[in-house]
Design a protein around this ligand. Sequence first.
Ligand SMILES: C[S@@+](CC[C@H](N)C(=O)[O-])C[C@H]1O[C@@H](n2cnc3c(N)ncnc32)[C@H](O)[C@@H]1O
Length: 295
Amino acid sequence: MNVNDPFAGLTIEASRRALAAQFKASGIETPDLDARLLIGAALGLDHTRLAAQAARLITTDESKAIASFAQRRMAHEPVARILGHKEFWGLDFELSAATLVPRPDTETVVEAALEFFRSNSGIKPFRIADIGTGSGAILLALLSEFPDATGIGTDISAAALTTAELNARRFGLAGRASFVQCDYAATLSGSFDLIVSNPPYIRSSDIATLDRDVRDHDPHLALDGGTDGLDAYRAIIPQAAALLGPDGVLIVETGHDQSTPVSDLMRAAKLTLPRPPVADLGGIHRAVMGRKAAF
Ligand SMILES: C[S@@+](CC[C@H](N)C(=O)[O-])C[C@H]1O[C@@H](n2cnc3c(N)ncnc32)[C@H](O)[C@@H]1O
């Protein structure tokens, strides 16, 4: 193996194994998957074509491209950041430095909304707001499911909103999605059928202890929930309670120990809790739902 072009002259399969071994030795959690995704991206090959060409030799240019991605991953930059995009709810979201990488756990919020509106037949979310929309993940997933709905996403970060707008155009949803820069829901008006939010909810003192992949690469604005992690809920829940129309629903993502205090904040804002908190695939209470009385 040449140290300058470590993969040149190796087959694709041998490069994949060598890279996975390097990742494993560096303590990266999913070494095989990450090696496959990064080599595929460096070579411009999807999973099927990568497998079909397993015996092909890597060129010098390809080796350089793989080595550059490998170096970034070894420095704990997440694969999604290196690739610049991430799938959420079956949609391929563009990312930027200002956006959180959308997490699979957040799909719990989308699922809870779909289940609520499907099991309460006759009620449809025509007007949706997503507070702290980031890449637009939750809002655009919901608009892709509710073809009659329109939605607005807010964020304090203008750069995040630029990425969210780009994603809305990518998915053909720009005509039904708008975006506004403001402090949570401060400038929204009118009434909404569904308000969703995955706000920053990590305790400030816990940020230093997060995985390097998150701590060093996700924007701190997207993470820091203040001293007890609940600052954003204290702002958003009363705002949402005022913005929901009759029977309207608020669904927020919560951290592992937050469903009880967040439920209390919902009750304090005179929202009823139509169902218990919704657990994610790991069994953690991930989404809390509050409902405004019909009148
Ligand atoms: C945890 S991220 C969620 C992003 C996206 N909704 C998702 O689920 O992937 C929280 C988002 O809230 C935004 N944010 C933080 N403070 C805010 C504030 N005061 N007002 C509006 N948005 C804020 C951040 O910029 C970030 O995009």
